[in-house]
Design a protein around this ligand. Structure first.
Ligand code: ZN
Length: 232
């Protein structure tokens, strides 16, 4: 039942569109006689856009359906509408493509900035001076030399036993008199059990490999302590 109804419905659709085509052919061949005057361009534009403001009972529809001139114009306007819609869809596609391109570029840029290159990678290093004596003057040779890479270093120093808490100036110098400062930073001590730690960032990227000194100076003590250091 259902299937046969659907079949007949499709057949009806085909029959109706055949009637429509035959009618259009006759109209466009000038074989019909329209009633009343031709409507204005604006009405035809509305009709081409299938505007809902036009009532099917409007006599201008009946005229257009039988007037060769009006129907031709209607078909032209419909064609224009269709290509305009295609252009709009095309523009929208292009716009969304460029939007995607911009998003991809931004994402790439953000990723590049987040992932530092090898040259700007920060290397975390810890120097344990807990058992190190301190050198004032002449005896750096007694100490085991520590070593840092020529990089951006986030340096954590475990200060020697009995060091005072507080603010420290950390410096990498060419000699043990504080000359030739290569890098310096400040840090306040953080207690870790009975040890005092300081952490500071030192930019050693431009430092040539070789022997240096690591110095720590307490804000109140003012005396700098020097430890031999190698930059590799
Ligand atoms: Zn007409």
């Amino acid at each position: 039942m259902w299937l046969s109804w659907r079949r007949s419905s499709r057949a009806e659709d085909r029959f109706e569109s055949w009637i429509t085509e035959q009618h259009q052919r006759r109209v466009l061949a000038g074989e019909t006689t329209p009633s009343g005057p031709c409507p204005d361009e604006e009405f035809l534009r509305d009709l081409a856009r299938k505007s809902k403001s036009i009532a099917l009972s409007d006599p201008r529809i009946d005229h257009t359906a039988n007037c060769r001139k009006c129907m031709s114009r209607l078909f032209e306007l419909r064609g224009e509408n269709r290509s305009r819609r295609r252009r709009t869809a095309f523009t929208a596609a292009i716009t969304s493509c460029s939007l995607i391109a911009v998003l991809v570029a931004v994402a790439w840029y953000v990723t590049q900035r987040k992932a530092p290159s090898a040259n700007t990678a920060v290397v975390a290093q810890t120097v344990n001076l807990w058992d190190a004596g301190t050198v004032r003057g002449e005896q750096p040779g007694q100490l085991k030399s520590v070593s840092l890479p020529a990089a951006s270093v986030k340096l954590t120093i475990i200060l020697p036993r009995h060091s005072e808490p507080g603010l420290y100036l950390v410096a990498i110098t060419r000699d043990q008199n504080g000359n030739g400062v290569v890098a310096e930073g400040t840090s306040t001590t953080v207690a870790n059990g009975e040890q005092q730690e300081i952490t500071t960032s030192l930019d050693l990227r431009k430092a040539a490999a070789g022997p240096y000194f690591l110095s720590t100076t307490h804000e109140q003590d003012q005396a700098a302590y020097y430890y031999p250091l190698q930059i590799r």
